[in-house]
Design a protein around this ligand. Structure first.
Ligand code: XMP
Ligand code: MG
Length: 180
């Protein structure tokens, strides 16, 4: 039996999406993606760290040939007052002419993916689509077209299934939200 509550560092979390609910939805998403990518060999772009479990589960349901790339973002303060600038690290493939599926754990403001898309488009891929397990529609500030979304969730902080609170909780098979 899955626990209803978890404590990570100083904070308490309560169950939000059960393991079986997540697994069922991931399978459904994969079936939709299977139809769209029939006959193609896309590059699956896993955005570390948060997406490692979602990517691992998703690719095992795919029935087309694929390659997987793992990238991460380094955030740093820009020289101008525009705030944070992020740069993608670890990309090895030449994506020119390729079909790319970005796999993200959660879209919050959309800042991360907005920047990712801009950077990737410059490399002239044939196509780019995004799949995100979670989206927080109320927090969205950037126009990020997400073709495949697992769950739309309220603007609560969540952990588990790859997502962390200060690097803890990534291993939880279910998703938990911060208790008020
Ligand atoms: P943006 O605003 O760029 O944010 O869309 C996306 C990144 O922010 C992190 N994030 C979270 N991480 N629980 C987490 O563990 C959350 O509720 C949450 N909301 C945003 C995450 O790293 C994501 O890639
Ligand atoms: Mg993340």
């Amino acid at each position: 039996m899955m626990s209803e509550h978890v404590k990570l560092h100083d904070k308490s979390f309560q169950i939000y999406l059960e393991e079986s609910v997540i697994q069922e939805r991931v399978k459904e998403l994969a079936q939709t993606i299977n139809k769209d990518y029939k006959g193609k060999t896309p590059i699956i772009l896993c955005i570390l760290n948060g997406s490692f479990i979602f990517t691992a589960d998703l690719v095992r349901h795919f029935d087309f040939p694929l390659t997987v790339e793992f990238v991460r973002y380094s955030s740093y303060e820009g020289t101008s007052s525009t705030g944070k600038i992020t740069k993608m690290l670890g990309m090895k493939s030449d994506i020119a002419g390729q079909d790319v599926i970005i796999v993200e754990d959660i879209v919050d403001t959309g800042f991360t993916l907005f920047n990712a898309l801009e950077e990737l488009q410059k490399k002239s891929p044939n196509s780019i689509q995004i799949t995100s397990l979670l989206v927080k529609p109320e927090a969205l500030k950037y126009d990020v077209p997400c073709a495949y979304v697992g769950f739309e969730i309220p603007n609560d902080f969540v952990v588990g299934y790859g997502l962390d609170y200060d690097e803890h909780g990534r291993d939880l098979p279910a998703i938990y939200k911060l208790k008020e």
